[in-house]
Design a protein. Structure first.
Length: 393
């Protein structure tokens, strides 16, 4: 191995990875996000990304310099912006050269038409498509934008059901142009649903991993509230109806029908390769819809069950903690109690410590026996550490 052991994973390391001979390997475009000068690189990339909205010819070196100063002045005071751009703190030449080396930027030169052109700097810069532009747009996208997009899909299951009804009628009547128009709307709705579902799934995966904390409780609550408010009733009501439509339509959607729908949506002179490719995409969307709404293991139903199964334990744990208000009233007391429960040798001892401290389950009740062994700890969100249970599960 070459270099120091701590340097072998740096972007510029010369250490060869045998895996890269068989699988996709090093990609240098994201390197600017982890560089020591990441803040400087991100400003340059942000300036070039914003310029793409109005220019197709990139920016010259001087335009990049002006754009960087404008970006800083909008967010900081002018003296601070000028200090940050001082030669000893910021070398635009070096930063641009490194971004070109990493494949973030493309560099070319304007043609020289006069003698003065040979004396001036003629370099122009543009973000590499699609890697750098798409990466930075993704990286800077706020989580709220995904939540806002999900909020716009409040009636998505109902809309999909209504569009599929019209689609089925058009297919039966062989009105393929109308069928194509309806199915294109279904594609957009399905894509939005998939994005929202992935957002909620990732939020839940984070909230349920490791130990509970206030931030995770907040994520869990917001996810549950967003789902119930937007999709809960919609999924329950319309999933069986959508599944019935899919089951009825699937035998009718032969390859020739898909091709006829696609052909009616494209230009008359569309070549067969384009039609085949688009028909394959529409078929994949139909398969994805089937996976979403059909059968007991459909994705919509599975997500619905996961969220449903979280409501009861979450609400119960919060209720128990509120009931302890007159017994465990200060943070220090709660931490001492949590440490004692953490150190308990088994579940039974842990529950005895909790019962003694709070007095919630001191009375003998028929439900008491059922709580033993499988109960969740209101403080830890699950059994004592080491028992193998996930919090909130």
């Amino acid at each position: 191995m070459t270099g120091h052991a701590g340097d072998e994973e740096l972007p510029e390391s010369n250490t060869a990875d045998p895996w890269a001979a068989h699988l996709p390997g090093q990609e240098l475009v994201p390197a600017y996000l982890v560089s020591r000068f990441a803040a400087q690189y991100r400003v340059i990339v942000e300036v070039l990304l914003e310029a793409q909205d109005t220019s197709l010819t990139g920016l010259s070196f001087d335009e990049v310099a002006v754009g960087v100063r404008g970006y800083l002045v909008e967010r900081l005071s002018a003296p601070t912006a000028d200090n940050l751009r001082a030669d000893d703190a910021f070398s635009l030449d070096a930063r641009l050269d490194r971004l070109v080396k990493w494949g973030v930027l493309t560099r070319w030169q304007d043609p020289a038409r006069t003698g003065e052109d040979f004396l001036r700097r003629r370099d122009r810069y543009q973000l590499t498509p699609p890697a750098a532009a798409r990466l930075h747009a993704f990286w800077t996208q706020e989580l709220a934008s995904e939540e806002d997009a999900a909020a716009d899909l409040t009636l998505a299951p109902r809309a999909i059901h209504d569009r599929l009804q019209v689609f089925a009628t058009a297919v039966s009547a062989r009105d393929y142009m109308a069928a194509a128009a309806e199915f294109q709307q279904v594609i957009g709705l399905h894509h939005g649903m998939a994005v929202a579902a992935r957002t909620w799934q990732r939020s839940l995966a984070h909230a349920l991993s490791g130990g509970p904390d206030p931030d995770k409780q907040d994520v869990l609550w917001r996810t549950l509230r967003a789902y119930v408010g937007m999709w809960g009733e919609q999924v329950d009501v319309h999933t069986p109806r959508i599944a019935a439509l899919i089951e009825e339509l699937t035998p009718k959607l032969t390859e020739s029908v898909w091709r006829a729908c696609v052909r009616s949506a494209l230009a008359e002179d569309a070549i067969d390769d384009v039609i085949d490719l688009q028909a394959a995409r529409w078929t994949q969307t139909w398969t994805a819809l089937t996976g979403w709404f059909s059968g007991a293991e459909g994705q919509a139903g599975r997500l619905r069950r996961q969220l449903r199964d979280l409501v009861a334990p979450w609400a119960r744990n919060m209720h128990i903690l509120m009931d302890t208000g007159g017994v465990v009233t200060r943070r220090a007391e709660l931490l001492r109690l949590a440490r004692a429960i953490e150190r308990a040798p088994d579940d039974e001892v842990a529950w005895r410590i909790w019962d003694t401290a709070v007095g919630v389950f001191l009375r003998a009740t028929p439900a008491l026996a059922g709580r033993r062994g499988g109960r969740q700890h209101p403080v830890l969100g699950g059994r004592p550490r080491g028992a193998g249970d996930r919090p909130f599960s």
